[in-house]
Write a protein that binds this ligand. Structure first.
Ligand code: NAP
Length: 485
């Protein structure tokens, strides 16, 4: 096995034990840069999911009853271990996901920052005392852990998408059963191992690995002991999970797909806009939910913006994420590559012009050239669908009203970006965009201190910030009477 470090577990983690699937099935994890098998991991199903839910249920009251300061200390220790071993974790992440090592390391630190943030927030679960209409009683409001939470996470940020859920849930006193994406289970397993070392008690955090996502997801959503489902992934799967959760009326947080507009006005600082465009679009080879998906450029600066962006993009260093100086890695799998190829071919056939890239890259089977296409129109598939590849489509516009209408013309509402030096326009457009997050003169906006999440069919719920903890808390009202003398 070529897995980065022999210390990386390949078994599921249930009730504080590392275990194989009952039927001993396993599945291969491959490195998308090379196609090499890097690990063979326990392929769990319904039975293991049930066992993990039972463990999480048994552990939850004790975990919630721990003083917040003690939960906080454990989370903080978990964060410290992750930071200490960031290089090792980054290598595992790069080998299973393909992203450049520098980005993988950044993701580990970003994931760890949620542990740090929520270790602090754990101590601030405040209640309220509300004046009552009666002199003889008082209204008390307390907040309590939701209970057992199920988490399903994607392959594009295999550490951070899991840690921002786990950190908030555990800080609130919830326990968790997590199912990582089948492409990238190793980052979740090594994170669980560090959690174990940090002192997370048995049953509080469980990982069920497997390729039978529908079966595992079916059990997690149908089981009455699971009180909440938190999902990051595609809108199509999110819809299914919501439907399945209806029968047991679960709480839900949904971090779903996006179709981010990236708007550059004539008065923008062009250097900043181009830096922002490259950072936003080409990170993780374009495979992020907040990636610029449509670049709207005002007519006056389109020729210069297009020329300069194409030159920058043509110079990006593509290759195995472990290669020194690598800036763009492979796509995660053949389906991702095929989608990118289809969308570019359709745009070309419809009259769009490729300025750079536009074909597979010689670095390997799953690599695609960083691409810029101009002459794209809003109705093309490439502007309607989430590309999830290293392709920047440029769409021209004339007026503020026109670009706002185009930007909002999508079922999605996750992230949006705008570049302008006019402060009035920044407010007007920022407020008019129907998105959960807006970057103004910034191409990267994720932070543990900020509420991450979408509107419309990009989902609901917020991760990070003080609002992130609320998603794992229930409000309880208690009326205290008998106060009259
Ligand atoms: P996906 O196909 O929806 O998969 C995400 C997770 O759901 C994986 O763990 C997958 O397992 C699991 N899954 C698939 N089908 C399932 C089912 N029927 N029941 C239960 N679980 C199921 O999404 P993806 O292609 O991996 O990830 C990319 C998507 O995630 C994009 O749309 C992106 O925008 C979105 N995303 C959103 C955010 C956000 O915060 N809003 C962040 C990152 C990514 P398997 O891997 O085993 O199939």
């Amino acid at each position: 096995m070529l897995v980065a470090n022999a210390a990386c577990p390949t078994q599921a983690y249930i009730d504080g034990r590392w275990c194989d699937a009952a039927d001993e099935r396993r599945f291969d994890v491959t490195n998308p840069s090379t196609g090499a098998v890097i690990a063979s991991v326990a392929d769990c199903g319904v039975a293991e999911t049930r066992a993990a839910i039972a463990a999480a249920k048994a552990a939850q009251p004790g975990w919630a009853a721990l003083p917040a300061g003690q939960r906080s200390t454990i989370l903080r220790r978990w964060r410290d271990l992750m930071v200490e071993r960031a290089d090792e974790l980054a290598l595992i992440l790069t080998r299973e996901n393909g992203k450049p090592l520098s980005e993988a390391r950044g993701e580990i630190l970003y994931g760890a920052s949620y542990l740090e943030w929520f270790a602090e927030e754990a101590k601030r679960v405040y209640g309220e005392v509300v004046p009552s209409s009666s002199a003889s009683n008082r209204i008390l409001v307390i907040k309590q852990a939701v209970g057992v939470c199920a988490a399903i996470t994607p392959w594009n940020f295999p550490n951070a998408m899991l840690m921002r859920k786990a950190a908030a849930a555990l800080a609130a006193g919830c326990t968790m059963v997590a199912k990582p994406a089948a492409e990238t289970p190793l980052s979740a397993l090594i994170a669980a191992k560090l959690g174990e070392e940090a002192g997370v008690p048995a049953g509080v955090f469980n990982i069920v690995t497997g390729t039978r996502a529908a079966e595992i997801g079916g059990e997690l959503t149908a089981h009455p002991d699971v009180r909440k489902i938190t999902f990051t992934g595609s809108t199509a799967v999110g819809r299914k999970l919501l439907e399945q959760s209806a029968a047991t009326v679960k709480k839900a947080s949904m971090e779903l797909g996006g179709n981010a507009p990236f708007i550059v006005f004539d008065d923008a600082d062009l250097d900043a806009a181009i830096d922002g465009a490259v950072a936003s679009k080409f990170r993780n080879a374009g495979q992020t939910c907040v990636c610029a998906n449509r670049m709207f450029v005002q007519a006056g600066i389109m020729p210069e913006f297009a020329r300069r962006l194409a030159a920058r993009v043509a110079a990006l260093k593509v290759g195995d994420g472990e290669m020194t100086g690598c800036e763009v890695g492979p796509l995660i799998n053949e389906a991702g590559l095929a989608k990118t190829e289809r969308l570019v071919a359709a745009a070309r056939a419809d009259g769009a012009k490729v300025l750079t890239g536009g074909a597979k890259h010689v670095a390997g089977e799953l690599f695609y050239q960083p691409t810029v296409i101009e002459g794209v129109r809003q109705e093309m598939d490439i502007a309607q669908e989430e590309i999830f590849g290293p392709v920047a489509p440029l769409i021209g516009f004339d007026t503020e009203a026109e670009v706002i209408a185009m930007a909002n013309d999508t079922i999605y509402g996750l992230a949006a970006y705008l570049f302008t030096r006019d402060i009035g326009r920044a407010w007007r457009v920022g407020e008019a965009l129907e998105y959960g997050m807006v970057g103004i003169n910034e191409g990267i906006l994720s932070s543990a201190a900020a509420p991450f999440g979408g509107v419309k069919q990009s989902g609901f719920g917020r991760e990070g910030s003080r609002h992130g903890l609320e998603d794992y808390l229930e409000i309880k009202y208690m009326l205290m009477g008998g106060l009259s003398a």
